[in-house]
Structures are given as structure tokens and as C-alpha cells.
Design a protein around this ligand. Sequence first.
Ligand SMILES: [Zn+2]
Length: 430
Amino acid sequence: MTFFHNLMTGLNSIPYQLKCVDCGHGYDPGEVPYVCPVCSEEQEPGRALLGVLEVDYDYERLAIEFDRDYLVGCALRGTRRYFPLLPLSDEKFLSPLLIGDTPLMAGERLGTHLGMTDLFMKDDSRNPAGSYKDRASVLVVAKALEMGAETVCTASTGNAATALACVCASQGVDCSVIVPESAPPAKLAQMLVYGAKVFPVRGNYDQAFDLSSEACQRLGWYNRNTAFNPYTIDGKRVAAFEIWEQLGQRAPDSVWIPTGDGVIIAGVAKGFRDLLGLGLIDKMPRMIAVQAAGSAALVNAFESGLKEPEPVEGASSVADSIVVEAPRNGILALREIRESQGWGVSVSDEEILSALALLGRLTGCFVEPSSAAAVAGLLKEREAGRVADDECAVLLLTGTGLKDIAAAQRAVMMPQSIEPNFQALEEVLA
Ligand SMILES: [Zn+2]
């Protein structure tokens, strides 16, 4: 296949290897496209992926191009701003869309409600396709173009597919996506408007994941599946660089992350670890995984001291974006949570919907249920006394509420309509 051939022929001017997070073996980027060929031999269907690869940088060489002085003189925004930290040979492969550079806002009224003085929200609903997943897609599509791949494919609960469709549309790359037919209609409409070939399946996300893997293998499509493609983790780490810069070049104490497959956790942790490697911070923030109670494989594994999550059969929640039976990046995510002294917390659908409305009321942020889960997790842990008043906590708001209006309607009370005259209004006000 042409693009694998291109991978093999020395595009690699950037100092990095792909390192297996299980066995530690390092591969040249042209040698292996996805997971570690040795560890993945043991892969069983329907379980966390074995042999996930992470981009492993030579920090001494990176530091030549990226330091505080570089940022002072850099007027670029979004993903492009961190180009010296990306595993790409040329900036021209990046989408012209502004991806990243999302606001980090002080959540003062929410902080007051929680009795916290240093609370922030990273609003990734502002990305072009409306979710954090744009960050993975921009790098994966850039790699696809660098290698000459013609079609990119992903499985998705909805957001990853819309993100991929959006970035592909901006660069004229063919996009095929496989999603559960139960994905929220707004997400399905969005990916179709971007011109993607959409294959809804009568099954869940885990089944879509397996089908897309088989399709990529048989049809020669480039596989964007989360965690399986190492650049999904690497693209997602850019948010950590932004948080660091937006906080005045410091790391927060904790990052609260809506968690399904565990790739955002791995990405954010990797970003801060890279900053640590570059000598730009001196401590890692705690990674707090927040899961829906009906889809809590990672939290269960964390609490039971397991190294690998046990799949949750029939996983379900109102927070569709984080519903997975087997967290694909579960092994690495658990390690990042533990090594950062973080933990996992699960929240019920009622707590999620109540947090969704609370967040809207106190901050002006309208998010989808998965993002509200992060807020619900912080509320719960704060009540349990596990979070200090002055903790510098960052809530990741990963997707816009406009993607799932049906869930938002469950979080609020729709008022009865009235006659259009003042008397009727007065009666209601009374
Ligand atoms: Zn390995």
C-alpha cells in the first residue's frame, strides 16, 4: 500500500519514536502504523487494546526549537502554535481550520457555589466541529496526508466521527465513519453535512469499533480509531500545552476529564509529561477520570486495583459520548491516573443532568452530558471532602450541548405556553 510505503521511506525529520506502552519497545514511525505487533498478538476481541503506541520524543532536540522564547515571538494560534512539538514533517499538512486555542475561563460563580477559589473551565465545545475530538482528528488527518492515504475511517459514538468528517472536509480527504444508529441525530446530521460516508450500525460503539478495524484492514483505509492510532493520543495532548500557557505557564493541581475509552486522559497526561520533560513544569497534575455510573469500567478497575479494566456488558448512560463497554485505552489510562496520584469517580445520569443545568446557570456554558459528568464528578468529590478549597482544578468541557438537545430537555423543565397578553404573564409570574 502506498501510504505504508511512504511511511517507510524516511519522512521522519522530527525526532521521535513510537514506543509501546506495554513492553516499552521503540519503533521507527515508518516501521509500524498502529499498535505494537508483538503485544497485539495476544489481543482478545472486546477488550482494552494491547500494545498501544505513544509518540516518544527526544526532549533535548525538541527544546532547541520550543522554549519560552519561541512562544513570546509566536503569533500562531491553535494546533499550529505547537508545531515544533508535533510529530509532523511539515506544517502544510495541518487543516486550515482553527482547532484548539479554546478559552480557559475562570469559573467564579461555580467556584463560589463549590467554595473553591481557583477553578477553571477549558471550553473545547468551541472547536470547529464542537468537541475535543477535533484535536485528535487534526493530527491524524495531517499524518494521513503526509503518508498519502486517500480515505480515513473511524468508529465513533458520534463526536470523533463528526470531528474526522469536519477536518477531512477542510482538506478534501475521503472520510468513512461507522457509528451506532442510536447516536444523537444532531451528530449524524453534522457528519453528513461535512460530506462523510456514514454507516450507522444496528449495534453499539464496541461493535462499530471492531467493524471499522476490519474495514480498514480489508479496504486499505487509514484507521483513526481512538488509541489504536497513536496520533489520536498525541493530538489530544495539545490541550495540556494550552492550559499551561493560559494559566501563566504553570500546571494546575488537577484536571477533571469525562472518560470513555481513556484517550483524553492519556493525551492530557502525555502533554503535561512532555512539558515536564522539557523542564517547563516541575509537577504533574492529578488526572481525575469521571465516568457515567452505567459505563464505569475504568473506575471499577481503579477501585479494585486492577491493571486492565473488565468490560461492562450492556453499558449505557445519558452521556452517550463516554459510553463504552471496554475502554480501548484502559490500560494506559489507569496507569496515568495512578502515576499522577489521581483517581476515578462515577456519577449517575441524574447527577449528570443536574450538573448540566447547574453549569449552564452559573457559567453560561451549554455542554453535552459527557462534559456535565466532569462537573458532577467535581461536585461529588468536593462534597466528599477530597478536594481542597484552593485546589487549582480544570474542568474539561469536551462537547457542546447543541449536539444533544434531547438530553438537555431532560435537564430542565419546559414551561407551559401562555396567551400572548400581559395578564397571562402576570398570572404566571404570580
Ligand atoms: Zn509491545
